[in-house]
Write a protein of this length. Structure first.
Length: 263
């Protein structure tokens, strides 16, 4: 067996890095969460069902979401995309330390009458993970955005909008030395700190899904987020972007209201 098969390359390593083996007995820094962003689109045929049938469908679907959202250790939030996307109407943001609950939620929703008329054009699966880039970056007001603990535990705010997109970096990025990557990320993070009303939730998908990261920004201001993204386009780190689309503008909406907007 080769050394590469015995161990893993340090995530901050450059091209000349040595191979290290992870100590399986080492205690992890804390619990990590599974995160899923599931986007749904209702088929036009559903709107041809009677008003009574549609009301029953909405109530059944909402009951499943509300029951799961009430469980200890589960975060389940609903968002409407009616009016912001043409290919998605509803998004469910799920967070839990237990992957089984994701499977249970999906299975129970699949068993509803509404599921026969739902398509799922997008789904992003990820986990929380500590980031070495942001450990020394804390906002002046002391808020935990991108702070030492916020990468392991998702703590959603009550802000109205959630902007979500998948993200992939170039392989060249990972071959840069850790000091060079930190230098570029310092500039990138400093830009974000100029927009304290925008809170980022970064999760990681290496080997779990088709993207490397999923980023979700919470804000009460659409214009602040637009200006932030435009400014970040000029950062040196952004030149290592392979893909950061599709991008979704999601409006926080109670599940009953989000379903009512479907028709």
């Amino acid at each position: 067996m080769t050394e590469e098969r015995k161990g893993a390359v340090d995530e901050g390593a450059g091209p000349s890095a040595q191979i290290r083996v992870r100590d399986a007995s080492r205690k992890m820094p804390g619990p990590r969460q599974f995160v899923r962003y599931a986007f749904y689109r209702v088929m036009p045929e559903w709107r041809r069902r009677s008003a009574v049938q549609r009301a029953e469908d909405r109530a059944e679907f909402a009951a499943v979401v509300e029951e799961m959202a009430g469980r200890d250790g589960v975060i389940l939030r609903s968002y409407s995309l009616v009016g912001t996307r043409g290919d998605a109407d509803l998004m469910l943001w799920s967070v839990s330390e237990r992957l089984d609950e994701f499977q249970e939620l999906a299975a129970r929703l699949n068993a509803t009458a509404l599921a026969a008329y739902l398509e799922q054009p997008y789904s992003y699966f990820a986990m929380t993970k500590r980031s070495s880039y942001v450990e020394r970056h804390v906002h002046e007001d002391g808020s935990p955005q991108e702070g030492r603990s916020s990468r392991l535990i998702i703590l959603p705010t009550e802000r109205k909008y959630l902007f979500v997109y998948p993200f992939v970096k170039t392989r060249t990025w990972y071959r840069l030395g850790p000091e060079e990557r930190q230098r570029q990320m310092d500039e990138h993070i400093a830009m974000g700190h100029r927009y304290p009303g925008v809170k980022i939730n970064t999760t990681y998908s290496y080997g779990l899904d088709d993207q490397e990261f999923v980023v979700a920004f919470e804000s009460d201001s659409v214009s602040d987020f637009l200006d932030l993204v435009q400014e970040m386009r000029a950062s040196e780190a952004s030149t290592h972007t392979v893909r950061d689309v599709p991008s979704f503008t999601c409006v926080a909406t109670p599940i009953a209201e989000a379903l009512a907007a479907l028709g």
